[in-house]
Design a protein around this ligand. Structure first.
Ligand code: RIB
Length: 337
C-alpha cells in the first residue's frame, strides 16, 4: 500500500505539500497540485482517515516561538498575535528559542507531538532545516520578523534594509562622519539587512564604508549593550555617534556611556531599533527605528488562521508581507538648540 512518502517522492515534493494538496488544495499551485494528484492516482494512495483526523487535530492553541522572551519587541509581537487568535476563539502559547537553533528544533518537535493548530516563529536556525522538517507534519507555520524565502509558508517582516538606511541617514544628516555600529549575530537575516541598509546610507552620501566602525556582539540584550558601550568608550579616535541594531543594545550602550561620563548626545549620539516602550522612557529618550510589532504579530496570526481554515473563504495562498519601519527622533541623537 503506497504511503504519503511514496506520493511525495513520485511527485518530487515534500510530504507537507502532499498533505496540503489533500487538506488545503488551494494553498498549492495548480502545477504542483496536478503533479501530486497524478502521483496519488498512479500509486492508488488512499488517505488514512484516522491519520487525517489525527493530523487535523482539534487543538485550539497557536504556538509562538520567539528569539528572546526578554525582549519587549517580542512582547508586542505576542500582543498582536494573541488578540487576533482570541478573536477566533483560540489561544497563544509563547515559547523562547533564546537564539538557539537546538532549542528551536526541540520546540518544533514538541509542537508536532502536541498537534498545535499552527506555529508563528522567528527563526533562530539560519539553515531553516528544523522548520523544513516541521513542515512535513502538515501543521501550518508563519515566519514572523523574517523575509519570505520560497513559497513554503507565509511570512511577515519589516524592510530592515530601509530601517538601517533611515538610522544612518539621520546620523549623517546630523553631521556625523564616524559612526559606531553595534551589531548582533551575523547569521540573523534581520541583522544582515540592517547592516546592508546602514552601508547604503553611507554610499548615498558619498562616504566610505569605513565611516561605520563595527562593534559585534553575540547577544542582542542589555548586557551585550553594556559590553559594547565599554568597548566604544575605549575606541581611539572615538566615533561621535552609534547605531545599535536593537533598543536593548542601545540601552546597554547608554548605561556604559553614562558610567564613563560620556554625554549623550553632546559627545555621542545614539540610535536604536524597534522602538520598544522603554526607548521613550530612557534617561535620555532614545531615537529609534520603529517596527510595527503589534501589527506584525496580528498579521502573522491572521495569515495562520486563514491557512488553518479559521478565517477567510477556505482559499489560502502563501504570501510574504513586508511592512515599513519609521524613524522616531528623540533627544539621544539631536543636539538641543
Ligand atoms: O531579537 C532580535 C531583534 O530582531 C529584535 O530586537 C528585533 O529587532 C528583531 O527584528
Amino acid at each position: 500500500m503506497a504511503g504519503i512518502k511514496d506520493v511525495a517522492r513520485r511527485a518530487g515534493v515534500s510530504v507537507g505539500t502532499v498533505s496540503n494538496v489533500i487538506n488545503r488544495p488551494a494553498s498549492v499551485s495548480p502545477e504542483t497540485r496536478g503533479r501530486v494528484q497524478a502521483a496519488i492516482a498512479e500509486l492508488g494512495y488512499v488517505r488514512s482517515e484516522s491519520a487525517r483526523q489525527l493530523r487535523a487535530g482539534s487543538s485550539r492553541i497557536v504556538a509562538l516561538l520567539v528569539l528572546d522572551m526578554g525582549n519587549p519587541f517580542f512582547v508586542d509581537i505576542a500582543r498582536g498575535a494573541e488578540r487576533a487568535a482570541r478573536a477566533a476563539g483560540l489561544g497563544v502559547m509563547v515559547c523562547n528559542s533564546d537564539q538557539s537553533a537546538t532549542e528551536e528544533a526541540a520546540y518544533l518537535s514538541l509542537f508536532a507531538e502536541q498537534r498545535v493548530l499552527g506555529v508563528l516563529v522567528t527563526p533562530a536556525d539560519p539553515t531553516g532545516k528544523s522548520l523544513e522538517d516541521f513542515g512535513r507534519h502538515g501543521i501550518p507555520s508563519v515566519l514572523v520578523d523574517r523575509v519570505a524565502s520560497g513559497a513554503t509558508s507565509c511570512a511577515v517582516s519589516v524592510d530592515d534594509v530601509h530601517g538601517g538606511t533611515l538610522a544612518v541617514r539621520h546620523l549623517v544628516a546630523a553631521g556625523h562622519r564616524s559612526i559606531a555600529f553595534v551589531t548582533g549575530p551575523p547569521e540573523l537575516r534581520q541583522i544582515q539587512d540592517r547592516r546592508k541598509g546602514a552601508l547604503a546610507a553611507l554610499q548615498e552620501a558619498g562616504l566610505p564604508p569605513e565611516t561605520l566602525v563595527e562593534i559585534s556582539t553575540g547577544r542582542l540584550d542589555v548586557a551585550a549593550g553594556r559590553d559594547a558601550g565599554a568597548r566604544l568608550v575605549g575606541l581611539v579616535p572615538r566615533p561621535t555617534a552609534v547605531f545599535c541594531v536593537n533598543d536593548l543594545l542601545a540601552l546597554g550602550v547608554l548605561q556604559s556611556l553614562y558610567a564613563a561620563g560620556v554625554k549623550v548626545p553632546q559627545d555621542m549620539a545614539i540610535v536604536g531599533y524597534d522602538d520598544i516602550e522603554f526607548a521613550a522612557a530612557a534617561a535620555v529618550p532614545l531615537t529609534s527605528v520603529r517596527q510595527p510589532a503589534v501589527l506584525m504579530g496580528r498579521m502573522a496570526a491572521e495569515l495562520l488562521l486563514e491557512e488553518a481554515g479559521y478565517a477567510g473563504d477556505g482559499e489560502h495562498l502563501h504570501r510574504g508581507v513586508m511592512l515599513q519601519p519609521e524613524l522616531v527622533v528623540r533627544a539621544s541623537s539631536i543636539l538641543p538648540h
